[in-house]
Write a protein that binds this ligand. Structure first.
Ligand code: CA
Length: 239
């Protein structure tokens, strides 16, 4: 977290508002990504890691409440600040009950949004440190230590934040270590996509995990290729 700017995901279909938020977050030193609908936001959150999500309630596909509920059900606890156009107490309650961490009623002062984002980031920083101390699921691979619970890898002294998909993939490989696993099985079990058109997606993630875990990614010792099948994971490879 100290090495790279915090990433903010703005989920908002109103172009002007989204552009204004992007500009101001960038001026404040954040990296910003915009999703104009709930489904693309969901995809972005599975594939990349964000420090905070700014979530508009009114979206063209799912509403913000539903998206937030789905994220929490999927085990994604990225802080969510909801933007609602309605000041009805009902909406605030719905927002908080769907798992949002905070909400702002439109129109809002930008300075207030920025202050609330900073507050959420501080809170998750504390939570992360607490989690790190608990050492919940520590795995050691050569020069790399991975904490699956905190989704953090320490690679030769450098901290690397893992995405949810990278963590899920690694956890599945570890749980099934010693056994050859097909790409199809990984897509079904990790991506939960039965007929995903392109098994190359798996290979792309494997390349990324090898860079994290392997001392020599081109000659892997843990995440091995099995010709004609897929992959096999070895936690303690024989020397
Ligand atoms: Ca909207």
């Amino acid at each position: 977290m100290a090495d790279q700017p915090q990433a903010v995901l703005v989920v908002e279909d109103e172009e002007h508002l989204a552009a204004g938020l992007v500009l101001n977050f960038e001026l404040d030193g954040y990296r910003v990504e915009v999703a104009t609908e709930a489904h693309s936001a969901e995809r972005a959150l599975r594939e990349r890691r964000f420090g905070v999500v700014i979530l508009d309630v009114m979206l063209p596909d799912l509403d913000g409440f539903e998206l937030c509920r789905r994220l929490r059900e999927a085990g994604d606890f990225t802080p969510v600040i909801m933007l609602t156009a309605r000041a009805a107490p009902d909406d605030r309650v719905r927002g908080l009950e769907s798992g949002a961490d905070d909400y702002l009623v439109k129109p809002f002062a930008l300075q207030e949004l920025l202050a609330r984002v900073r507050s959420q980031l501080r809170r998750s920083d504390w939570a992360r440190r607490r989690e790190e101390r608990s050492n919940s699921e520590l795995l050691h691979f050569g020069e790399t230590v991975v904490d699956l619970g905190a989704r953090i890898a320490n690679v030769r002294g450098a901290r690397v934040a893992l995405t949810r998909l990278e963590t899920d993939l690694l956890r599945y490989l570890v749980q099934n270590s010693g056994r050859a696993i097909s790409r199809q099985e990984l897509l079904e079990q990790v991506w939960q996509l039965g007929n995903y058109p392109n098994t190359r997606t798996v290979d792309t993630f494997v390349v990324r995990l090898r860079k994290l875990l392997e001392t020599q990614p081109s000659e892997p010792r843990h995440l091995l290729s099995v010709r004609g099948v897929g992959y096999r994971f070895e936690i303690d490879p024989e020397r």
